[in-house]
Design a protein around this ligand. Sequence first.
Ligand code: C2E
Ligand code: MG
Ligand code: MG
Ligand code: MG
Length: 275
Amino acid sequence: AEAKALGQSVLVFESSMVDSRQYRKRMFDRLSDVLREGGLSLHYQPQIDLRTGELVGAEVLCRWHDAEMGWVPPGQFIRLAEERGLIIELGDWVLRESCRQLHEWDASGTSLPGKLCINISTIQLESRGFAERVLTILAGRDPSGVVFELTETAMMRAPEISIRQMERIRASGFSWAIDDFGTGYSSLAFLTRVHAQFLKIDKSFVSRVPNSRNDETVIRTIVAMAESLGMNVIAEGVETQEQLAFLKSIDCCYAQGYHLGHPLDPVSFKQKWLA
Ligand code: C2E
Ligand code: MG
Ligand code: MG
Ligand code: MG
């Protein structure tokens, strides 16, 4: 009981520290500097075709290792960047840097096969000129090799604007994925209007396989629904052999997760997956 009490107090201390105005102010000041000094980096997580075991693409994930604060999780700094108006600059940097990385891999004869998935915040999507900026930054790239991810929750905040902007970008040949699917409140009618090519099943469902019959049913239903709507499913957060076996057994096409491959820095990713 003592250990438990101690554990709880540690947890309370940490989360109140993260939420404190002082900590957030410090994080914001550092983030603004780091963004200008080139202190962010990108990691790449493999995505696998479960039918063949082959690499079909990667998701780009932003990383910040701060000299003073250590590793800051994207869940914290992305949200802060969104709240304080830094997300457009950060998002543009992610687009430019991942595009540069794709060119570098191409030039060294080790192109990324399949598609690169890039997370987009709705604030970016709703910002003036976003479609034009995307097209400018990615000019010269084959758009069929790039997928933009938007979370279901974010999309539902401004569905009409989201649909319009997504449509403009899609018209240029890029595709869309609905991220963290199953955690928001989108309707079937909405799904048929967004024309996203991919649905990413949120890792919270996958993490409860094989212990939860309900979650297995949800996953099975999402896969069947996506198929009948002509969308492809990517299961996220596959951490065990059992989860992998379950997903294969229900004909889920694609997956990512620690069991298949961790997000890696570009050098390690190339060594492990592109060599
Ligand atoms: P997300 O787009 O849903 O990304 C998947 C998250 O799951 C990543 O967390 C990834 O590292 C983690 N993950 C991958 N495999 C596993 C697994 O097997 N088990 C578990 N438990 N986790 C796994 P990460 O890198 O911490 O990113 C968190 C979120 O931050 C992302 O969620 C995304 O919404 C956001 N984010 C990251 N990079 C960017 C970016 O460049 N731009 C924007 N707008 N958002 C980003
Ligand atoms: Mg994502
Ligand atoms: Mg996700
Ligand atoms: Mg997420």
